[in-house]
Design a protein around this ligand. Structure first.
Ligand code: SAM
Ligand code: SF4
Length: 326
C-alpha cells in the first residue's frame, strides 16, 4: 500500500503517454514553437507496463491514461491492450479527435469510461482555443461513443469572459443526452498566462446554472475531485472541479507519472522523482516511489493555499500542463 505522511492511501495512478498533441489549447501548451520530447526520452511500451505492474502490486486500483494527447502515440493501442490486462479500472482523458480509430481497442482493453475535453460548443471558438479545425470530428466521436454505450464525461475548463456564457448551453445538452459535464476551474501552469481574474469559480458556476435550472447535490465517491449535481428529469448530469476555490487535497489518492518517467506526488509539486532513469540503470524503483509519496505536501504541492484571489502564479514552480499530464 502506498501512503503519505498524512495517512492518505494512494491507489490511483495517472500516466501521461506523451507530451505530444494534435491540438494547441492555449491554456495547456505554452507556446507555438513548443518542442515535444524525443521518443527515446519517453517511457517505452515495456517500461510503462513494468512500472504500472509495480504500482498495481502496491495497491493501485485505477489507472488513467492522459498526455499530451494519449491517442497520438503510435503504440497507443498496444499500451491499452497491455494495461487492459491488469486488474485495474483503466480510463482515459483525451481530446476526442482520434476516438473513432480506437473503438475496438477500448472494448478489448475494458475501457468503459472516457473523459473528453471540449471547452466550447461553438466551432469558431473551438478554433480559437485549440488552433485546429477539428470541432466536428470531436462532436461526432462523442456521438459514436454514446452509441456504443461508453460512459462519456466532458471536461470543460471555464475561463471568465471567454466561455462562461456557455455554461448553460452545456447543461442544456444534458437534457436528453446522458453525458456528465465536468466544469473545471482554470488552473495556473508554467507558460499558460493564468490570471486570478480569469478564474470562474465554483460559486459563480453554480449561481449561473441556478438562474436557469433547479439542481440537487449528489453524493460522490470518497476520493472524488468533483462535486456532483443532478437536474431532475435530465438524462445527463454535471460536476464541478473546484481546485482553485475549494481544493480537495484532504482526500487525495492521486499520483502522476509524466511521459518521461518522472513521478509527481501532486499536480502542483515542484519536485519530481526520475523513476525511468533508475529503472534503466536496473535499480529497484519501489523505495523511490514510497519515498516520493511520503514527501507529499498536505495541500496543492505546498505552493499555495487555495485563496486564488491573492495568488501570484509567477511564484509557482511547475511544468506546463501538457508536460505533466492532466
Ligand atoms: N489531451 C487530452 C485532453 O485534452 O483531454 C489529455 C491531456 S489534457 C492536459 C487533460 C485535461 O487537463 C483536459 O481536460 C484539459 O482541459 C485540462 N487542462 C489543461 N490545462 C488546464 C488548466 N490550465 N486548467 C484546468 N484544466 C486544464
Ligand atoms: Fe492537447 Fe489536451 Fe493540452 Fe489541448 S488540453 S493542448 S488537447 S493536451
Amino acid at each position: 500500500m502506498i501512503k503519505d505522511s498524512f495517512d492518505r492511501v494512494h491507489d490511483y495512478l495517472r500516466i501521461s503517454l506523451t507530451d505530444n498533441c494534435n491540438l494547441r489549447c492555449f491554456y495547456c501548451m505554452p507556446e507555438d514553437d513548443y518542442d515535444f520530447a524525443p521518443a527515446a526520452r519517453l517511457m517505452q511500451t515495456a517500461e510503462i507496463e513494468k512500472i504500472s505492474r509495480l504500482f498495481v502490486e502496491e495497491g493501485v486500483k485505477k489507472i488513467r491514461l492522459t498526455g499530451g494527447e494519449p491517442l497520438v502515440r503510435r503504440d497507443a493501442a498496444r499500451i491499452l491492450e497491455l494495461l487492459g490486462s491488469l486488474p485495474v479500472e483503466l480510463v482515459m482523458t483525451t481530446n476526442g479527435t482520434r476516438l473513432h480509430e480506437f473503438l475496438s481497442v477500448f472494448k478489448s482493453a475494458n475501457i468503459r469510461t472516457i473523459n473528453i475535453s471540449l471547452d466550447t460548443l461553438q466551432p469558431d471558438k473551438f478554433m480559437l482555443v485549440t488552433r485546429r479545425n477539428l470541432f466536428h470530428q470531436v462532436r461526432s466521436n462523442i456521438e459514436l461513443l454514446l452509441q456504443h454505450d461508453f460512459l462519456v464525461k466532458i471536461n470543460m475548463v471555464v475561463m471568465k469572459g471567454f466561455n462562461d456564457e456557455e455554461i448553460n448551453d452545456f447543461i442544456s445538452w444534458t437534457t436528453h443526452i446522458p453525458v456528465q459535464i465536468r466544469f473545471i476551474e482554470f488552473m495556473p501552469f508554467s507558460g499558460n498566462h493564468w490570471r486570478n481574474d480569469k478564474v470562474f469559480s465554483m460559486d459563480e458556476i453554480l449561481e449561473k446554472i441556478g438562474k436557469q435550472y433547479e439542481f440537487l447535490p449528489v453524493k460522490g465517491g470518497a476520493n472524488d475531485t468533483a462535486k456532483h449535481f443532478m437536474i431532475p428529469g435530465h438524462a445527463g448530469s454535471f460536476a464541478v472541479i473546484s481546485t482553485m476555490s475549494a481544493p480537495f487535497c484532504s482526500s487525495c489518492n492521486r499520483m502522476r507519472l509524466t511521459a518521461d518517467g518522472k513521478l509527481k506526488n501532486c499536480l502542483f509539486s515542484a519536485a519530481e522523482t526520475d523513476l525511468l532513469s533508475a529503472l534503466r540503470k536496473g535499480e529497484d524503483i519501489l523505495p523511490l516511489i514510497h519515498q516520493t509519496m511520503r514527501e507529499k505536501a498536505k495541500q496543492l504541492g505546498g505552493q499555495f493555499s487555495g485563496t486564488f484571489e491573492m495568488l501570484d502564479a509567477a511564484k509557482i514552480q511547475n511544468r506546463s500542463m501538457i508536460t505533466i499530464g492532466g
